[in-house]
Design a binder for this molecule. Structure first.
Ligand code: NQM
Length: 385
């Protein structure tokens, strides 16, 4: 069923094998790497034509016209030891013809294990299947455990059906554990608080690089809706200024064309959690919070002296509850200092996913492509081919 020549005009006429999935609170197009061009520039060009970018409505493609629904997962068998599949995440620009590789996505990660089983990369093992996943964007390794029956993922679930805030109804639980390599410190600057542009900021990365700031430091109380925050152009400009300075300090280089670090405004909890959040991702405001964003904020809550710990106060028990605009996210993180005092962390999250559509996608033809810009430099650890 795959197109014989994924790089050629043939693909446009014959279609490209693609599965649309909800992963957690996001939605994206999942591909086998073998069904896409091996060359990253050709791949990105094709994905822009598939998603319908650049166009604010993505009307001529399958993108959902919001950063949370303009996402792609590329999956391949892994050559790494003790890993089943490699997962490359691509954030497809909506109004800009940009395909970004600087971040991963913990929500689309939820669909990767089931997709690997659907495509025959991993064999289901009875009622529960475990898939080990290498996140190519960050180098982190994830373990995904989910329910299977008759050799296929069971998305609906029965006994294990759960609810996650931001998604209507119930679905089968997907348990994700993510951990960074030994060379990856939790606090990239080695400090619990940095001063940027007159603001006190915690720069932290437990799977997703984030900058944590006090909402009241920016003149908001942290209960505003995403739409109200997005409408405040002055606030967005100040946050972007801090972000551009935070990127190089976190080792991310020039982040003008990147979607990291994410900017998280924190304020006191209102519903029994540890603290409340509003996440700039980075120009739109998240309707909930990303999985790995929540893991990074929860790790900050657990490290004494950070902005998040200052707001949350002491937190006991295994779960750090992160409040967000559509409910809360129960994050399980483990943080501990090395012998030399360098903080390390891992996370465990509960997600759900669902196969929405499986078939062939037909890209806009290359001849109708709007003018393109340079693809940003890729920090991907290893090519997905
Ligand atoms: O933080 C949104 C999402 C994300 C990222 C974004 C994510 C995560 O909610 O793990 O999943 O930052 O664009 O999908």
């Amino acid at each position: 069923m795959a197109a014989a020549d994924p790089q050629g005009a043939d693909a446009v006429r014959r279609g490209i094998r693609c599965m649309l999935m909800r992963g957690g609170t996001s939605k994206g197009a999942y591909f086998l790497a073998a069904d896409l061009p091996a060359d990253s520039a050709a791949r990105d060009d094709l994905l822009l034509r598939i998603m319908g970018s650049p166009d604010p409505r993505q009307i001529d493609g399958i993108g959902g016209a919001h950063p949370l629904t303009s996402k792609v997962a590329v999956v391949a068998p892994s050559t790494a030891d003790d890993v089943d599949v490699d997962y490359l995440f691509l954030q497809v620009g909506i109004e800009e013809p940009i395909v970004g590789t600087a971040q991963t996505c913990g929500n689309l990660l939820a669909g990767v294990g089931p997709f690997a089983v659907e495509r025959g990369l991993v064999r289901a093992t009875g009622e529960s299947t475990t898939v080990r996943i290498r996140l190519l964007n960050t180098g982190d390794i994830a373990t995904s455990v989910f329910t299977t029956s008759d050799g296929l993922p069971d998305y609906d679930g029965a006994d294990d059906a759960v609810t996650i805030d931001g998604v209507p109804g119930t679905a089968s639980a997907i348990h994700l554990e993510v951990g960074g390599g030994p060379d990856k410190p939790l606090l990239p600057t080695g400090r619990v608080v940095d001063e940027i542009d007159g603001h006190r900021v915690t720069l932290i990365d437990n799977g997703m690089p984030v900058a944590v700031l006090r909402a009241d430091d920016l003149g908001v109380d942290g209960t505003e809706s995403p739409a109200d925050l997005e409408a405040d152009a002055e606030l967005s400009a100040r946050i972007e200024q801090v972000r551009l300075a935070a990127g190089p300090r976190m080792g991310l280089g020039d982040v003008r064309a990147q979607t990291v670090p994410k900017m998280i405004l924190v304020s006191p909890a209102r519903a029994g959690g540890a603290l409340s959040t509003r996440a700039f991702i980075p120009s739109r405001v998240h309707t909930s919070i990303g999985v790995l964003m929540a893991a990074s904020v929860a790790a900050a809550v657990r490290v004494p002296g950070t902005i998040a710990a200052e707001i949350a106060g002491p937190v006991t028990g295994e779960v750090t509850t992160i409040e967000h605009p559509s409910g809360d996210f129960p994050a399980r993180v483990h943080v501990s200092p090395d012998a030399d005092g360098t903080w390390r962390a891992t996370s465990a999250s509960l997600r759900t996913a669902r196969k929405l559509f499986d078939g062939l996608v037909f890209p806009r033809s290359a001849g109708q492509q709007p003018p393109s810009v340079d693809t940003p430099v890729s920090p991907v650890r290893e090519d997905a081919s």
